[in-house]
Design a protein around this ligand. Structure first.
Ligand code: IFM
Length: 461
């Protein structure tokens, strides 16, 4: 591959690379947009609890109201359909349908998802249901959460409930979004719910996620004719911060201990040797009995891609390294290193290494500090350029033989960005959180043109 950025090479040709049935969509998640946290019998989730702990969220906010999507879903469905969406990836809130995680069903919660699915289908938008985007019912956390092996049965029963309710209309399913973020940021780093800082617990959580995926996947396939079941992995491009041997070794060990830690077992290879060595050396496996996790049988591999992560080692010791953007690189408001060609290369790597049947980009997007201008518009040129360059990189991967079948922008709406609260805007539609007004940004018009007219351009005039 040349070093010329993909977008500059031939945007018109790249846009034509996507087949007519390519699935263009938007992605969101329940806690980040729904609000209505105490309505219609919804139970408490670990994010309700965590966001109330002093110091956990940068702006002290929570998802109680968020984008008020629970009440405004019909407007939001109209909006996405108008923007050309062919698919919509959303998550169901476990605590909304099973307030204590198991047992008594909350029918109004299930009814909400029925209304949402019917509205989507009525608007010609295919639903893709993600069953777990980190908002575990608090009642289950009180019983050990994902560190308790019983979670495999709890999760399978929940998956079966949602699949038996919606499976007559929904064929596209996802068991987990970013299992590594949930396990590691929530249970080892403590910066996400449930806020634990214990590596052996995080390793147990990861292991149970793999088992829960395999078991719930079987349940969904048994209940839904023609179901496609996948997982969305956040695999960013991992690079050594410098040419030094130490940084290169650290980058390989990190990528194995994090990304391959989930992907290898799901594709039937067991835990990766390099990752095992790194976790063991760092003491993360102390007291943990790891047995071979079951393969996952993925119908598609979901890829959430945002950036290049550079690894700088402080010493030769495992996990004695820092990860982030290299100084001077182009960065989004998240301080993430913008690397569109990293999307192409990651897609190629995943295809070569695991040969999944299909790959779907289940998230890609960028946070920039946008505002509504006096002309009533949001001119988000940075996001538009970011997306154009990444879509072009995806087209290159497609051209090189990657079985890429869909692309979902993160996100439809500005929303609750976890521990950063409402301070980061990822939406193609601006949300004024004082009055819930939605304003499509320039990037929304750009997406509409891409999907409807196959135009990949930076010039919207
Ligand atoms: O907002 C998150 C989303 O919940 C999971 N993937 C990354 C997004 C941006 O940080």
């Amino acid at each position: 591959m040349t070093a010329t950025p993909a977008f500059e090479r031939d945007p018109a040709r790249l846009a034509r690379a996507f087949p007519a049935d390519f699935t263009w969509g938007f992605a969101t998640s329940a806690y980040q947009i729904e609000g209505a946290a105490a309505e219609d019998g919804r139970g408490t989730s670990i994010w309700d609890t965590f966001s109330r702990q002093a110091g956990s969220i940068a702006d002290g906010s929570n998802g109680d109201i968020a984008c008020d999507h629970y009440h405004r879903y019909a407007e939001d469905v109209r909006l996405m359909a108008d923007l050309g969406a062919r698919a919509y990836r959303f998550s169901t809130s476990w605590a909304r349908v099973l307030p204590t995680g198991t047992g008594a069903i909350n029918q109004p919660g299930l009814d909400f998802y029925q209304r949402l699915v019917d509205a989507l289908l009525g608007a010609g938008v295919q639903p893709l249901i993600n069953l777990f985007h980190w908002d575990l019912p608090q009642a289950l956390q009180d019983r050990g959460g994902f560190a308790n092996p019983q979670v495999v049965d709890w999760f399978t029963d929940y998956a079966a409930l949602v699949a038996s309710t919606l499976g007559d209309r929904v064929k596209d399913w996802m068991t987990f979004n970013e299992p590594a973020v949930f396990a590691f940021l929530g249970h080892a780093d403590g910066i996400h719910a449930p806020g634990l800082r214990d590596w052996p617990t995080a390793i147990r959580v990861a292991d149970n996620e793999l088992r829960a995926h395999a078991s719930a996947g079987r349940a969904i396939r048994g209940l839904v004719d023609g179901a496609k079941v996948g997982v969305a992995f956040d695999v960013n491009q991992v690079a050594a911060a410098t040419e030094s041997e130490r940084d290169r070794v650290a980058a390989s060990r990190w990528s194995s201990a994090r990304d391959a830690w989930f992907l290898d077992p799901l594709f039937g290879r067991g835990y990766p040797a390099l990752g095992l060595e790194a976790h063991r050396e760092a003491g993360h496996l102390d007291g943990v009995e790891l047995t071979e996790p079951p393969a996952g049988d993925l119908d598609y591999l979901g890829l959430n891609y945002y950036r290049r992560d550079s690894v700088r080692a402080h010493s030769d010791r495992a996990f004695d390294w820092e990860i982030g953007a290299v100084e001077g690189s182009e960065q989004t408001q998240m301080d993430w290193h913008v690397a569109p060609d990293g999307l192409r290369d990651t897609l190629l790597d995943l295809h070569r290494t695991y040969a999944p049947r299909e790959i779907v980009v289940t998230e890609n997007g960028a946070a920039y500090p946008d505002a509504v201008d006096p002309d009533g518009q949001v001119h988000d040129a940075d996001r538009l350029a970011y997306l154009s360059r990444h879509v072009a990189a995806a087209a290159e991967a497609l051209g090189a033989g990657v079985p890429l079948t869909g692309y979902h922008v993160w996100s439809l709406l500005d929303n609750y960005e976890w521990s950063l609260g409402y301070s980061r805007r990822f939406g193609l539609v601006h949300v004024d959180f004082d009055n819930q007004r939605r304003t499509p940004k320039d990037s929304a018009r750009w997406y509409q043109r891409l999907v409807k007219e196959k135009e990949l351009t930076l010039d919207l005039t």
